[in-house]
Design a protein around this ligand. Structure first.
Ligand code: RBZ
Ligand code: NIO
Length: 354
């Protein structure tokens, strides 16, 4: 009955080669030794190619936090109780969550898409209730969701991208809220990367050593049930979360509509990895903000050949690490767009012979 959004299967656009060449040439003639702005140069060039703009910009920014609860919480895999998911949705809307503060500081638009929580979520400004079910099923013992539920979550994510494109968004940041989601993301990453749970399972919100060991056992049971099927939809339905599926749908949907995506931490990276397994061309559209302290993130980044901008020991989710990296992208664009060239400024360029 349900089907995936078009961005799940249709060819994604590619970066504009002409803009990439022009932006690369421009970086060579700005008043600095070539390459001296390091990754900031590459960021501006990538954004110019993706946005098909001579003067790249990251504004306006859309931040969307996807929320969903996880049946696997009944295995005792999180340091926090499940009702926190719904309570945090109210906190996002009330302005008190980390991402609320950061979005306000950046002047970015923030919305929450609730794909299903155990706790009640009242009608709140800035929160869309698109509940699929109160929670996923316990992935340690059964499929987390049906294929139809996975399609519904992917479609909610795609609709976020559609609204962002209609609003003229130039940069998308996805965030996650779902107690238990580091278990789901670790299980998905193990399945996609053929890794053992011990390699990718970490403390999440703050489990102690015994807690992490128990969580690894739970992920191991899930992987045994799941088998070695690496098909992205199968991995998502079997081991995923509604909010992770929503993130994948939004990330693919943004790429399909020409919007670059600044990837946050462990959870969002696993959603992006899943999207890349379905659509390898997605990689072009991703910028990587930070390396989360959640230990599995490094391996997931490596699988995407990603070298993130920041390593601040953050491990929150919500899109917070991506939000913190936005000023670097703004700096990259400002430098690219506003620096003088050697000829404009009358500065002697590098000796042709040296
Ligand atoms: C108050 C609070 C705010 C959060 N914001 C994001 N997370 C993050 O932590 C959770 C994942 O960790 P685990 O798998 O250990 O439950 C997710 O909700 C994630 O978004 C939070 C967690 C808490 C407790
Ligand atoms: O890096 C993340 O996305 C993360 C880490 C811990 C808890 N929640 C999210």
């Amino acid at each position: 009955m349900f089907s995936p959004p078009p961005s799940w299967t249709q060819q994604l656009p590619k970066p504009d080669v002409l803009r990439i060449r022009q932006a690369t040439d421009r970086q060579q003639v700005l008043t600095k030794p070539p390459g001296s702005l390091g990754q900031l140069e590459q960021l501006a060039i990538q954004l110019s190619g993706l946005q098909v703009m001579d003067q790249p910009t990251v504004d306006p920014i859309q931040i969307t936090v996807f929320a969903g609860d996880h049946g696997v919480c009944e295995e005792g895999v999180s340091a926090f109780p499940q009702e926190v998911t719904a309570q945090m949705i109210a906190n996002f809307a009330g302005g008190g969550a980390a991402i609320s503060v950061l979005a306000k500081q950046l002047g970015a638009s923030l919305e929450v898409v609730n794909l299903g929580t155990v706790g009640d979520v009242p009608v709140l400004a800035g929160v869309r209730n698109e509940s699929i079910a109160p929670a996923t099923a316990n992935l340690a013992i059964t499929m987390a969701m049906t294929e139809d539920q996975a399609y519904a979550a992917l479609t909610s994510g795609d609709a976020v991208a559609e609204r962002a494109a209609n609003a003229g968004c130039r940069l998308f940041i996805g965030g996650d809220m779902g107690i238990g989601n580091t278990t789901s993301a670790a299980a998905m990453a193990c399945a996609l990367l053929n890794e053992a749970p011990q390699q990718l399972v970490g403390p999440g919100t703050g489990l102690d050593t015994a807690g992490v060991s128990h969580k690894s056992t739970v992920v191991g049971r899930a992987l045994e049930r799941h088998g070695d099927n690496m098909d992205p939809l199968a991995v998502l339905a079997s081991l995923g979360g509604f909010e992770i599926a929503g993130l994948t749908g939004a990330i693919l949907g943004c790429a399909a509509r020409g919007i670059p995506v600044l990837v946050d931490g462990f959870i969002v990276s696993v959603a992006a990895l899943l999207g890349m397994r379905q659509q390898p061309g997605l990689r072009d559209w991703l910028l990587f903000a930070h390396r989360s302290a959640e230990p599995g993130h490094a391996r997931v980044l490596e699988a995407m050949n990603a070298n993130p901008l920041l390593d601040l020991g953050m491990r929150l989710g919500e899109g917070s690490g991506a939000a913190v990296a936005v000023p670097l992208l703004r700096a990259a664009c400002a430098l690219h767009n506003n620096m003088a060239s050697f000829s404009d400024a009358g500065v002697s360029n590098k000796n042709a012979t040296s």
